[in-house]
Design a protein around this ligand. Sequence first.
Ligand code: NDP
Ligand SMILES: C[C@H](O)[C@@H]1OC(=O)[C@H](O)[C@@H]1O
Length: 256
Amino acid sequence: MSKLLEGKRVCVTGASAGIGRAVAIGCARHGADVAVNFANDSNGADSAVAEIEALGQRAIAVQGDVAEAESATRLISHTVKALGGVDIFVNNAGICPFHAFLDMPAETFERTMRVNLHGAYFMVQAAANQMVKQGHGGSIIAMSSISALVGGEYQTHYTPTKAGVLSLMQSTAIALGKHGIRCNALLPGTILTDINKDDLADTDKRRYMEGRVPLGRLGQPQDMVGPTVFLASDELSGYVTGAALLVDGGAFVNLQ
Ligand SMILES: NC(=O)C1=CN([C@@H]2O[C@H](COP(=O)(O)OP(=O)(O)OC[C@H]3O[C@@H](n4cnc5c(N)ncnc54)[C@H](OP(=O)(O)O)[C@@H]3O)[C@@H](O)[C@H]2O)C=CC1
Ligand SMILES: C[C@H](O)[C@@H]1OC(=O)[C@H](O)[C@@H]1O
């Protein structure tokens, strides 16, 4: 397998589990050194670091709640100190505490906004400033969602954050194009991770969600690796910026 990210320094938020973890390890398989951010799960982050090191790449785990603006500059400065710079930034950390609209607790709404949208804004800003300082461009990838395009009864606080993240990539693509920094969004469909474990424990719901996917199955975190490496690689996607790539097994287009 040819290594598409040889010599690149990658920073992934929320990489102790799920999609972020798979992406962090997948980038390392392609020759990148990786900074693994996490909020609480230090065992998950340490084991991701161990897997990356076993692949012969450098890795560090950096604790930091992305909802705190100062975590952004801390994450980037730790990454630069350990790996020498940041060439690829993956804004992945996110939460989706399913809840009905009419009695949505204000704190659930506010926390979801802070982690998913405010966190993305300040993380992307800190990564972009580092890339501008380095002077040789870069690639920023944000984990938006199919939910940026369609609603969810128990996701009224969440879907606006994913639309916001998609919009952020469109605007930063314009703001950062002159620096050679590409900004793109990935829009996963339903990927089996801890974020939806409880929701999909309802077997009727799970069957319904599976039935919506023309490819016949829900996604796995590994399904997000190829699309991320594609957007990270200048060789493969050097003229792609401001784009949105659905990775949903065809669920979005499946009306009937
Ligand atoms: N799974 C899905 O179906 C889909 C997911 N997405 C998006 O993909 C992204 C990853 O989701 P997924 O892998 O499924 O979720 P998981 O719950 O499996 O993993 C979430 C990761 O984010 C980290 N995280 C959560 N809150 C914070 C925080 N405040 N600061 C830093 N890290 C944090 C967690 O770390 P820790 O455990 O240490 O707190 C964990 O590493 C999210 O943005 C989600 O919205 C989009 C579409 C579909
Ligand atoms: C957490 C959900 O399974 C997931 O989140 C998303 O962004 C997708 O739309 C799925 O609903």
